[in-house]
Write a protein that binds this ligand. Structure first.
Ligand code: PGA
Length: 249
């Protein structure tokens, strides 16, 4: 399966940081690594990043509204992202869930909105530390997946990102067997729901992915890519992670 490496810039970066995205695009254009590379900068950089990279990598948003337009001050629709040049969007990120009160239903509606606008959706799910400590990780992830993924998902329009909340931005990553167990669970449910499509839909791991751990994480079964926050901000680090995703590694 062709791996997918996604950089999530979160609320980082002004025009001065565009050079980092350009450097990633240059690497991809020159080396043509056999994996898909997306960078999701803040809204304000999407059009500029699209122009500056000329299609060698996919530029995506980090969130979208469920409606195409309307009286929603401060929100941006999936159609607007597409109009700015985005071809993908992250939905249901744990920072949206915890800081903006977004629910599984919101994530499902945003995923549908992404598809409606022709965007590839990267749907995030993952348990908190308290949920893991209480032995609920499997139930939480299964419940989020069932309730956040609308009918009609397929591998060409969607990837799932498993991001344990306690691993995001903390430098802590789960043990290999913990990642393997959750990814196997997600694969099983995707296959149950989608049949053949479910076996092809990519499942990304996210949470403190760095050049030093990317190779071992990406080689775990059913880990088909990574969603990278902090380490995607510098081209050099992000390119090291892309290199770790190449099939020979
Ligand atoms: P991190 O963030 O790589 O900085 O832990 C990952 C994410 O939130 O998508």
């Amino acid at each position: 399966m062709r791996r997918l490496i996604v950089g999530n810039w979160k609320m980082h970066g002004t025009g001065a940081a565009l050079g980092e995205i350009v450097a990633v695009a240059k690497y991809v254009a020159e080396e043509a690594p056999p994996c898909d590379v997306f960078v999701c900068p803040p809204f304000t950089l999407i059009a500029r990043a699209t122009r500056a990279t000329g299609g060698s990598i996919t530029i995506g948003g980090q969130d979208c509204h469920r409606e195409p337009s309307g009286a929603f001050t401060g929100d941006v629709s999936a159609e607007m992202l597409a109009d700015a040049g985005a071809r993908a969007v992250i939905v249901g990120h744990s920072e949206r869930r915890s800081l903006h009160g977004e629910t599984d239903l919101d994530a499902a509606m945003k995923t549908s909105a992404a598809w409606r606008a022709g965007l590839f959706a990267i749907l995030c799910i993952g348990e908190t530390q308290a949920e893991r400590d209480a032995g609920q990780a499997v139930d939480i992830v299964a419940g989020q997946l069932d309730a956040s993924l609308p009918l009609g998902a397929n591998p060409n329009t969607t990837a799932i990102a498993y991001e344990p909340v306690w691993a995001i931005g903390t430098g802590r990553t789960p043990k290999a067997e913990e990642i393997t167990a959750i990814h196997a669970l997600i694969r099983e449910r995707l296959t149950e729901r989608l049949g053949e499509g479910g076996s092809q839909l990519r499942i990304l791991y996210g949470g403190s992915v760095k050049p030093a751990n990317a190779g071992s994480i990406l080689n775990l079964p059913n880990v088909n890519g990574a969603l990278v926050g902090g380490a995607s901000l510098k081209a050099e680090e992000f390119v090291s992670i892309i290199r770790a995703a190449l099939p020979s590694n």
